[in-house]
Each structure stands twice: as C-alpha cells, then as structure tokens.
Design a binder for this molecule. Sequence first.
Ligand code: 4AD
Ligand code: MG
Length: 443
Amino acid sequence: AKLSVREALGAQNTSGERIKVQGWIRSVRSQKEVLFLHVNDGSSLESLQIVADSSLDSRELTFGSSVEIQGQLIKSPSKRQNVELKAEKIKVIGNCDAKAFPIKYKERHPLEYLRQYPHFRCRTNVLGSILRIRSEATAAIHSFFKDSGFVHIHTPIITSNDSEGAGELFQLEPSGKLKLPEKNFFSVPAFLTVSGQLHLEVMSGAFTQVFTFGPTFRAENSQSRRHLAEFYMVEAEISFVDSLQDLMQVIEELFKATAMMVLSNCPEDVELCHKFIAPGQKDRLEHMLKNNFLIISYTEAVEILKQASQNFTFTPEWGVDLQTEHEKYLVKHCGNIPVFVINYPLAIKPFYMRDNEDGPQHTVAAVDLLVPGVGELFGGGLREERYHFLEERLARYLDLRRFGSVPHGGFGMGFERYLQCILGVDNIKDVIPFPRFPHSCLL
Ligand code: 4AD
Ligand code: MG
C-alpha cells in the first residue's frame, strides 16, 4: 500500500507490513552497517526514518532529492520514533545537487533569506508548519461559520464597486497581464475587488447570515510588515443586527474558535512556530484566548493616546485615523488583550457606516479589533440601512435600501494578519505561500 508519511508514522500495524512512501530527503546519515534517511512529504512536521543497508549506493541519496521507498514498516528500536521503514528498494525520482540547492542541510535559515525562494521554502520545517496551519485555519473558519448557520458566498473578484473608497484599487487596463478581451468589455470601469462587502450585503438581504473568504487586492504602496497587495479576507454580513455588541460577539468567537481548532488539529506545527519564530508566543496566545476582549470608544482611545503623546511620531488627535504606532500602544495599554475600538468619527470611515446621530463629535457605528503584534485585525460595523441618510452620501448604494431594507452589520478580517497574530510571525510575507507587494511578484 502507498502511505503518506503521516499515515506511516501513525500506523498501528508495525509487524512488517509492506508499504511504499514517496517524499523528499531531509537527512542522510551513514553508519557502519546501516544508512539512515529521513523522508518528508509535507503531510506532517515529523519525517519518516528509513533504515537501509549501508552497502547501498548512496551517492544519489542527497538532501533535497525526491525518492520512492518500498519496505517493511516496523517498530523502531529507538525512543525517538515509534515506527521506521526498513527499506527494500529505494528509487531516486529527481536528484538534487545539494551544493547548489539554496536550502542547506541542518542550517537554520532566517525567514528573510527564505523569502527569496517561495518555491523552495515550503520544504523547510518552519514554512511547512506555517502553511499547514494556514490550511487548518482555513478549514476551521469554514466550519465555524457553517456551524453557526452562515451561508458561504463566492463574491466576485472582478467588480465595478470600490466599497472602501480608499483609491488604492487595481484597475484592469487594456494593457499587460490584466488585459480584457475587448477594450470596453464591461462597458464600465472594472477593478480587482478590495472587499466582498457590498456583494455580501446583497446576499445577507436573502440569506440573513453570510460569509466569504477569498482573495482581495489593494495597490497599497507600502513595504510594511502587515500589508500585502493580494491578501485573503474573511468577511461576514448579518441581517437584523442592530448593535455593535452582537457583531463583537461573533468576532471574538471566530477569533477564539479558530485558534482552538488549529491548536487541537496541528499542535506540533504550532509548537514549532512558537518555539522557533516567537519564543513566549504560546503564553501570549493563551492570554488572548482566556481573557474577554476589551471594548473602548474611539474617543476614549484618543484620550489614552494623548496622555502618552511623547511616545509617538504622529500626534494623536480626535478626527484623525489611528496610526499603527497608536494601535500597538493601545493594545499594550490594555494588557496585551485584543481590544475593540468602537464609534469612529464619521469623517474617517467609508460611506456605508451607520450614523450614530450624536454630536458635536459626529460618529458612526464602526468597530475595529486591535490585537498584539499586528494592530488592526478586523474592521467592520453596522451599515447605514436608512435610505434618507444614504441619499446624501451615495446614489449607487441606494437600490439596496429601497426594497425590504433591514438593519445589518458585518466585518472583515485579514487572514494573514490573523496567522501573524496567533503564531507571532513578525512579517506578513511569511504567512502566505506567494507574497505580492510593491516590486515583488516572485513566481
Ligand atoms: O478594514 P478594511 O479595509 O475593511 C473592509 O474592507 C470592510 N469592507 C470589511 C467588511 O466589513 N466586510 O479591511 C479589513 C481587514 C483589516 O482589518 C486588515 O486586517 C485586513 O483586512 N487588511 C489587509 N491585510 C493585508 N494587507 C492589506 N493591504 C490589508 N488591508 C486590509
Ligand atoms: Mg480598516
């Protein structure tokens, strides 16, 4: 039978069953009478130990080569592993010149170094673990929403709306790779989506609770550790919601349930990340999971920041958006527990946010969740469902409010920032297989 390395490692039958495994060599160690190989196929962090006769010609069995091994699965005499494969036949499928291979045997390459090789770094322990966790977290998010009764919606990637109005969208132009078959293909300007929100709002008007989880694009000209040009966003929209409290509850549950599922489904991978990239992160994550998230208003946040304004490059001021340095300060101030900041000035939030009808400092029912290490992780709020309020703001959005309009709200979470937050990964480029950012589109 052909087994994955994970299946072989977990096999109950170790009485010499004949199996076949395929994978890449992670280590070669030859002793007097035996040759030890470790083979990994990406199914688990742990590699399978292969024991071969030392008379075997091992010249081609180099670090990085792909191999197929047939042999008998037996109980390992060593305490390091439960099972090992006693090789009967080893076939090299693709050899690897270990000297030329950018990943070196037994070396701990810095993450910045590995970033140059998106096509090879996935074969290291650390990126292997991060990307397996990414896969688990994706499944966990889908199952969280499914269990909570949400309907999954595929929102379009090509769109004619710019919901965030941030002016940093990618336009599909009749030139280069994004060329459309006809110059005037859609008859309207079309963009790569910055958010699925408006489409979700439409769908929440039929299915009540909806979510989407797909790629979004922002032509952000920023080389920061938390921005990508292409990132995945988890977005939810819920009808008949009329308080931020209800939204915040879903956000907190989503954050915690996903982390718990990841912790229980791939504990070895999480442990490796926590140990090698962010010592102390295990405790920091536990701290986030066991405490209730905090809530402060934007106005309170600005007051807190003003008390500490000597710490900042940008002076905090009511009516101006919070800067990354402000967000990080607030999280520290709150004891490194994620904190919701609510009720932002109307002037600095997108047109769809619901008017709080307060004053003289006019605010809207917006909510951001700020988290340790990252700053803003979620952005959302109640939507303006009242026709006459929006009439003044934007004509395009109005049809959605004319027929059976209901109070509703939603949020979006940057998936990469979530992975950064739970794993303690400093740079967003290390939690996505192929990062896209200004002047970089490797592969
Ligand atoms: O705060 P944002 O811009 O909110 C929206 O797009 C709403 N329409 C979402 C909604 O309510 N349905 O983006 C949401 C989150 C941010 O909080 C951040 O975590 C992430 O998306 N994000 C980015 N992540 C990586 N790279 C970028 N360039 C990002 N821009 C936003
Ligand atoms: Mg935002």
